[in-house]
Write a protein that binds this ligand. Structure first.
Ligand code: FA5
Length: 280
């Protein structure tokens, strides 16, 4: 009887040892590292060309004393229209032109909405730029996307004139494209500025003589601008008797496409790695 018990204990002990050896061998096999295998290279990401462009623009305006504002993309009718001097019945409210979400709300079609938020938040005097995404019912083509980026600029103070607007945008294009770059202001219309002007800069490639980049005109469009309409100042609780201001809105995508000599701004949003990798 005693002999049988000892024999079975021995067997159990032996089985335990075998099991331990097997698990140890399995662990060693699993954890073995072959230090001669070449490592996997990490593929670090990089900034999108639109972000690079936005940062260059921000750097210039921050160095001119502007702060950078960020704001919402879905806006109420007040910020999209009323406060920007676009009353009910104005064609700019047409559902054909704008993406409405629910009643009373629409995707912003321009960064000009941030003018109002910024003035309400900070009062006057103030200087700010607001880069951001905007949405329009535009059919995609080489120069249009239904979603694109703008940067708004606003300067409000005592005694601000059109000369300050011209000087600021001239300085901006000098820093972005080089000191020889010229600006040109063409009369235009925006409900929220009076007077209003489209701004062009002389082509950075040909200097104004005409080439493929500027479509032989010598000039490239930068965006819209003008003196802030008194109704807009009033809507944002700024006294137009004391303060005046200028504003501008520039298209980041088109400027980016020109600088990098892209024929089609849609390339910027196709997420084709072969294209994006060129901006490392
Ligand atoms: C405006 O959006 C005005 N808010 C600009 C402004 C601001 C005027 C402040 C006065 C005071 P406009 O619609 O022209 O203006 O657009 C400005 C720029 O956005 C254009 O010059 C262009 O570069 C860019 N843009 C317009 N539509 C598109 C689009 N569908 N795709 C890509 N870029 C576009």
């Amino acid at each position: 009887m005693l002999f049988i018990e000892i024999a079975s204990k021995d067997k159990i002990g032996e089985a335990e040892r075998t099991l331990q050896e097997l698990t140890a061998a399995a662990r060693v096999a699993r954890e073995t590292i072959d230090v001669t295998i070449p490592g996997r290279r990490p593929r670090p990401g990089h900034l999108h060309p639109i972000t690079l462009m936005r940062q260059r623009i921000e750097d210039i305006f921050v160095s001119l004393g502007y702060l950078v504002e960020d704001d919402r993309e879905i806006e109420t009718d007040f910020y999209n229209f009323d406060a920007l001097n676009i009353p009910e019945g104005h064609p700019a409210r047409d559902p054909q032109d704008t993406f409405y979400t629910t009643e009373g709300f629409a995707l912003r079609s321009q960064t000009s909405t941030v003018q109002i938020h910024a003035m309400q938040r900070r009062g006057a005097p103030m200087r700010m730029i607001a880069p951001g995404r905007v949405f329009r019912r535009d059919t995609p083509d080489p120069t249009h996307n239904p979603m694109f980026f703008q940067v708004e600029g606003l300067c409000v103070d005592r005694g601000i004139t059109m000369a300050h607007l011209k000087g600021t945008l001239a300085e901006f294009v000098h820093r972005l494209f080089g000191p020889e770059t010229k600006t040109r202001f063409r009369p235009s219309y925006f409900p929220f500025t009076e007077p209003s002007a489209e701004v062009d800069y002389s082509c950075f490639n040909c200097g104004g003589s005409g080439c493929r980049i500027c479509k032989q005109s010598g000039w490239i469009e930068l965006g819209g601008s003008g003196m802030v309409h008194p109704n807009v100042l009033r809507a944002a609780n700024v006294d137009p008797e004391q303060f005046t201001g200028f504003a501008f809105g520039l298209g980041i995508d088109r400027t980016c496409a020109r600088i990098y000599q892209l024929d089609d701004i849609r390339l910027l949003f196709e997420n084709d790695v072969r294209f994006l990798e060129q901006f490392r």
